[in-house]
Write a protein that binds this ligand. Structure first.
Ligand code: PGA
Length: 264
């Protein structure tokens, strides 16, 4: 973490929780978050509940003071119409979302989303005024073949195609090596830092150094209280996107504490 960028931590609840457990989790985190962020708002936070619970979780977050942003796990790029099962940017805004994940590895590798579709979704999110959290990362095969940086460059270049320098102020990158997601295997702090530095270099080439230096790059993949501080201490790691550990209020709060301390 570098002092000029504010750390940002997101909780990706994936296809977990229900009305009762989701609102309870949100309440437990939101009640403590202001003490962690402090008067100088040392860390930004968002949570991504499943679509059916967005509105109720949003109410809980608002009631607690609104310090934690409400985010969605996905979006569809068309504004409305015959797209059964899909959810538009306007709908997400209507229920209080201010951010959305794009191209999460499970969307890419389980559901089969292409770079082109993810790019369309990124534009839809940004045009609606949502923060776009663009997720990228290599598979184990790609890492073992030495293709980590090439994969990240490709996914960044395609995902951000047509996104302006001004719009980059509303983009967060989440680097999540696929082999580390939900597996308990975390990238070493050194490997993660190397990937993040390479990602920042791609951003500098696509845009300019100032934009690259201002863009937050989260790490995701088995991030937990025991490894968060070391990861967030790396100069190019600006917080995390948290899956499993975000389902336990105590763990997520500890990760938020580590992020708040990393920016100090
Ligand atoms: P994990 O998931 O923390 O459970 O590995 C991270 C993510 O997929 O965002």
């Amino acid at each position: 973490m570098t002092a000029s960028r504010k750390p940002i931590v997101g909780g990706n609840w994936k296809m977990n929780t229900n009305t009762e457990s989701g609102t309870a989790l949100a309440r437990a985190v939101a009640d403590v978050f202001p003490d962690i962020a402090g008067a100088d708002h040392a860390v930004e936070a968002f949570v991504c509940p499943p679509f059916p619970f967005l509105a109720q979780v949003g109410e809980v977050l608002q009631a607690a003071g609104g310090g934690i942003a409400l985010a969605a796990q996905d979006i569809y790029h068309e504004p409305s119409g015959a797209f059964t099962g899909e959810v538009s940017a306007a709908m997400l805004k209507d229920v209080g979302c201010t951010a959305v994940l794009l191209g999460h590895s499970e969307r890419r590798h389980v559901i089969g989303e292409s770079d082109e579709l993810i790019n369309k979704k990124t534009h839809a999110a940004l045009e609606a005024g949502l923060t776009a959290v663009l997720c990228i990362g290599e598979t184990l095969d790609q890492r073992e073949a030495g293709k980590t940086d090439a994969v990240n460059k490709h996914q960044l270049t395609k995902g951000l195609e047509g996104v302006s320098t001004d719009q980059m102020a509303d983009v967060v990158i989440a680097y999540e090596p696929v082999w580390a997601i939900g597996t308990g295997k975390t990238a070493s702090a050194e490997d993660a830092q190397a990937a993040h530095a390479a990602i920042r270099e791609v951003l500098a080439n696509l845009y300019d150094q100032k934009t690259a230096d201002a863009t937050r790059i989260q790490y995701g993949g088995s991030c937990k209280p025991s490894n968060a501080a070391e990861l967030f201490a790396q100069p190019d790691i600006d917080g995390g996107l948290i899956g499993g550990a975000a389902l336990k209020a105590g763990d997520f709060l500890d990760i938020l504490r580590a992020a708040a301390a990393s920016g100090a």
